[in-house]
Design a protein around this ligand. Sequence first.
Ligand code: ATP
Length: 300
Amino acid sequence: MTISLANMSGGHFTLTAPAKINLFLHVTGRRDDGYHLLQSVVVFADAGDKVSFTRHDSLFIDIEGYFASHVGDLRENLVYRAAQALAQEYKHEATGKLVLEKNLPVASGMGGGSSDAATTLKGLVKLWGLPDERDRLYKLAATLGADVPACLVRRPVWMEGAGEKMMRMPDMPDMHLVLVTPPVATPTPEVFKRFAKRAAGRYSAPIQFIGRRKTMHEWIADLKLYRNDLTDAAIEVSPDIRTALAAIAATPNCHIARLSGSGATCFGIYESAAAAQAAVNKLRIEHPRWWVKAAGLFKE
Ligand code: ATP
């Protein structure tokens, strides 16, 4: 048996890059520069990609997993870009063997790339022994993408504005979610373009920050009052989203069936793990080409 010194010294470890889900998403306006103003509660699911980190004297990145072939050019990959950005910021040599296990469908609205980027920053701070400088890391994360700072938090957050205002939510009860991604491209810019045309300057009124809700039941009751304002625009881009929402809503004991982000991922909320698993089984039989997964909230 070989005992790796790297393992013992924290030189090899694996982190999860959890999927990001918008429990609701309201568009409350548009800035002069064209960016839409949003309000959303973002949660992270215990389904996600994985990134493993091993000490190595140069930077080596490999991608494996079911969706590995869907990720484009390595130099464009957010794992690579995050590693380079961190090395530059801290004047540290870019080193380490990083293996991304791509389990989340790509460009599906679950923020897989953003979560991979945040996880890479987190992992390399540890691997390189960098100081724990929260503000500096969050600023760097924001340069990699609007959702990357939230993906560093990895816990439920309230998001506002063009993604730059973020507040941690009080503890939430575990949720029983079913995530469903029909295999259709739903480019975010196209969805916002269609949304802008449809909305024609009419936006949702801003809501108050949602505070503590103790039970899942209270959460569901609240979330029923809200929606994802991008739904109709996303359906216009990818009509399969309508089919996915209807199929989720038709599963027994489904309380909410909703689009996440700009799609195409949709989700259902259930009050028990058994109900969520039954929904997964039903949806997989009815729609074998869809990516369907039961998930709870991500915990470190
Ligand atoms: P969001 O919800 O933040 O809009 P998304 O889930 O729709 O994100 P991602 O899976 O993050 O989309 O991919 C968006 C784009 O980023 C894709 O075109 C993909 O080629 C590119 N990309 C770069 N790095 C990654 C990565 N590590 N994983 C997935 N996509 C990546």
